[in-house]
Design a protein around this ligand. Structure first.
Ligand SMILES: Cc1ncc(COP(=O)(O)O)c(C=O)c1O
Length: 405
């Protein structure tokens, strides 16, 4: 039996994470199920950003010696616990696409005799595009589709790049198991954690590299800087392709030749986008108070409830569950397919329930446990049922595709 709205309200009252809902700015009447695309704004983000502008006014260029220069590493150390690793192992900067190049080029430098990069054709396209561009520029390498992992892992594989959570289906790999198999085959494992960090506890301590964005479940703001994790055993030996001056051993010596820095500094590139770190730092102040096991428990409960309610209330209307039914194999996202997925999502958003659409036919719903409650899940499922029942989505204006879906 699925829960009634009153049951859901009772669950929200008993929720150990409920105080975090007030830490976010969301318009009244909005159920924001798009935190897997762009997280909600922390209440402190605007002031934190204004503070950095004030600092710029006050210190002018002196700001660089008052913390700005070190932002990639200091923010990396703040983020590290969220992916289960220690200080000096994470650099924050640039975008996820750029960190793909950093991690894959570094992995290739550690396995010079191996010439294959394995990736999943269903991975978020930028990961694949960046790898293809990289191997084309380097010459002599090949990208192989994962297919069956056992078959893909021949002795010419240098590294494997996978997203822990699939951006379309929300399905999740067993990172410990896959990492162990890849390493047993002599290759290096690189995880894309865009849909993992901030969604559930992550432990990358056995992985070789990890990358990810900070603007989804971490709520770092639109275009906030990405991160790269490099296991300490690789930091001295790996050479990444993007040898910008920040990654030099002595940037202010302005030497004519390149010498890589020691440690994680080697995985930075260039002048940090100082203002973009401000909302991320504000979000990390909040994450320091969050118990990730509570986040995961609530995420499993929210996603399971949503599946149950949608299947019960929307049964006659042709939605098919795409995500795994097993919560162990799911991230914090639930996806359904429907041939009219796009207009359905638009009609739903117009009624206050924000989801998104991924071609060709997937409706995605992300559940950020810090600001989504059980009553929200109930109301979202009821609204979806109404949109389908009353065929609101047939309105012509919902068929016109916006640039960002
Ligand atoms: C798995 C994955 N990788 C990468 C990206 C985006 O990369 P970038 O931040 O460079 O645009 C996304 C965006 O949704 C993603 O889901």
């Amino acid at each position: 039996m699925t829960l009634s709205r009153a049951d859901c309200v009772a669950l929200d009252d008993a929720d150990p994470l409920k105080r975090f809902r007030d830490e976010f700015v969301l318009p009244d009447g909005t159920i924001y199920l798009v935190g897997n695309s762009l997280g909600a704004p922390p209440r402190t983000a605007a002031a934190a950003t204004a503070d950095v502008v004030r600092e710029w006014e006050r210190r002018l260029v002196g700001g660089w010696n008052s913390g700005w220069f070190d932002l990639p590493l200091t923010v990396g150390d703040r983020l590290a616990p969220l992916i289960g690793v220690g200080p000096g192992q994470v650099a924050v900067g640039e975008s996820t696409s750029i960190t793909v190049v950093k991690a894959v080029s570094a992995a290739l430098s550690l396995r010079p005799e191996r010439r294959v990069v394995v990736s999943d054709p269903t991975n978020f396209p930028t990961d694949r595009y960046m790898v293809e561009g990289l191997v084309k520029a380097l010459g002599g390498y090949q990208v192989r589709d994962i297919g069956d992992l056992g078959d893909a892992l021949s002795d010419d594989v240098a590294c494997v790049l996978l997203s822990e959570v699939d951006y379309r289906t929300g399905d999740r790999y067993d990172t410990a198991e896959v990492t162990a198999r890849v390493q047993a085959a002599g290759a290096l494992m690189i995880w894309d954690l865009c849909h993992s960090v901030g969604a559930f506890p992550v432990d990358m301590s056995a992985a070789d590299f990890a990358i990810g964005c900070t603007y989804k479940y971490l709520n770092g703001g639109p275009g906030s800087p990405a991160f790269v994790y490099v296991h300490p055993r690789h930091q001295a030996g790996a050479e990444q392709l993007l040898t910008g001056w920040y990654s030099h051993a002595a940037p202010f010596a302005f030497e004519p030749g390149y010498r890589p820095a020691e440690g994680i500094q080697r995985f930075t590139v260039s002048t940090p986008h100082v203002l973009s770190y401000a909302p991320l730092n504000a979000a990390l102040d909040m994450w320091e108070q969050v118990d990730m096991t509570q986040v995961r428990a609530k995420s499993v409960a929210l996603t399971s409830l949503f599946i149950d309610l949608v299947e019960e209330l929307c049964a006659p209307h042709g939605l098919t569950l795409v995500s795994s039914r097993d919560p162990e194999r799911r991230g914090s996202q639930v996806s359904f397919s429907h041939p009219d997925g796009y207009p359905i999502v638009r009609a739903l958003t117009d009624r206050g329930v924000h989801g998104d659409f991924r071609a060709p036919d997937i409706l995605r719903f992300g559940f950020a446990p810090l600001y989504i409650g059980f009553a929200d899940v109930h109301d979202a499922a009821v609204t979806l049922a109404e949109v389908l029942e009353k065929e609101h989505w047939r309105d012509e204006r919902y068929r016109r595709r916006l640039a960002v879906t």
